[in-house]
Design a protein around this ligand. Sequence first.
Ligand code: FAD
Length: 512
Amino acid sequence: MAHSAAHERLAALSSHLARPTAPPPDWPGALAALEATFPAHQLSLDLATRQQHGQSWGSLLPPAPPAAVLHALATSDVVAVVRIATRFGIVLIPTGGRTALEGQFTPTRQAASGEVVLPRPTIHVSLSRMNRVLELHAQDFQAVVQPGVGWASLNAYLAERDGVKLFFPVDPAPGSEFGGMAGVAGSGTNAVGYGTLRAEWIQGMTVVLMDGSVIRTKGTNRARKSTTGFDTGRLFLGSEGTLGIITELTVRLAPSVPLKVALTSFPSVANAVTAVVDILGAGLTPTSLELLDGTSIRGLNLSKILPDELPEEPTVLMRFSNPSDEVNRASLETVAKIVERAGGRELRVAKNEQENDELWKARKSQYWSQQLLIGAGCRTLITDVCVPISRLAEFVARSEVLVQRSGLVAPIVAHIGDGNVHRAILWKGAEGETERPKEVEHLAKALVKLALELEGTCAGEHGIGLTKRKYLRAELGEGTVALMRTVKRALDPLNLLNPGKVLFPEGEEEWV
Ligand SMILES: Cc1cc2nc3c(=O)[nH]c(=O)nc-3n(C[C@H](O)[C@H](O)[C@H](O)COP(=O)(O)OP(=O)(O)OC[C@H]3O[C@@H](n4cnc5c(N)ncnc54)[C@H](O)[C@@H]3O)c2cc1C
């Protein structure tokens, strides 16, 4: 036994020794090369900009500023910075809208508290200034965009055009950009109707690899379907900036059709799930099916965003998109019957465009209205598990017990049509707090464990980053994690591209 353990250690060591390693970091050399290659307006070296770039949304830690922010304007800029990084042993982190929630673009620290020490100097490669729509192929339902274009700005651009109205339907945070959206490959409120970014909404990408080469994942092909070879594009979807840097994307568009918002509430989440499954089973085509629990509705009522108060019980907000208002009306008549059968209240259907927007605001303002449940100093940890819809009611019921035991407030906003439950764990922050209270972390972990027990996932749409790495082995299994490592080593042998994200550094695993 002892012999075999020693043998394994030796084998691991020799395979480690055989690997290429990055040169020792040389920041003065790298800085001189950056300044010789890029004009001053493409390099931010001032502390304020660097600190802002090193801070991620909702993080309590002090900012971990990168040594520089490079604002790329072209694919050739990305190639140049990759060559500088590999020559001088510098870490690169690509960034887009910087709305990712799991620490995906935060430079990895050596110690997670107090003083910030980065193992290697880090350059944030911001793609946000590459923000042009390059081509529009309306008849092919396609656009070619640079990575700094956001889904919201692409839609604003498309809305201005004459002719058939098109839009991009996958909607993570409003500030997110296509490079970062491909990086996390999540979804949003429209996933029940249109699928996620892992479906075929991103059809091809130009990617700069860490050896300085530039590939197009689909070559010259812009056809709607193709079975040519491995699906290399998928490798980069959800790779969280660890395998290559995306500098152009061909995205699919959908026709924009009339939309109707409706809302109702149920005596329990189980009743709401029954209605949702029946709506989907009836072949109706909702684009969004969203659940707010009674606690979330209490926050909404406190916010007075809606002119009238809603009953504080599980509430389902729906959006239906069909080729005409008549089809929408007919669909909603069927929905009303399904809701009644499932024990829901009378379906409230928006009367006009204005009421559509008003009711949808109830969903979109959730983060802010939930804060009112705690008041000033409220802090939030948004959890992101997803379970098969058939297990959703059980997940909610059992998670309710966990929440009550914790003594915390944790309202639910769920993409109920996908089984994706965000429980926002709320607490009143203390002055100078840099770590979440233990009970918050315990509850978040218990929710993930419960989701895994119910054949679900720790990350429905927000990705892995730094915070969910510990669950990978339990969810995916040893073999799949090992395959991911092999891919990472093949594409980034020096481990300089967003290291430590998604996968733990080797030898530092802390599995749950
Ligand atoms: C209020 C709020 C609501 C949200 N709601 C949703 C939601 O409904 N659904 C959802 O899925 N997510 C949601 N998110 C999370 C976030 O919006 C998404 O993960 C989004 O896709 C990130 O895009 P970004 O441009 O902000 O990327 P960033 O945060 O800048 O980067 C994300 C990751 O992609 C990598 N990356 C960035 N650019 C590139 C590139 N060009 N090439 C390669 N890698 C790159 C980064 O290194 C990082 O790992 C929400 C976040 C907030 C703050």
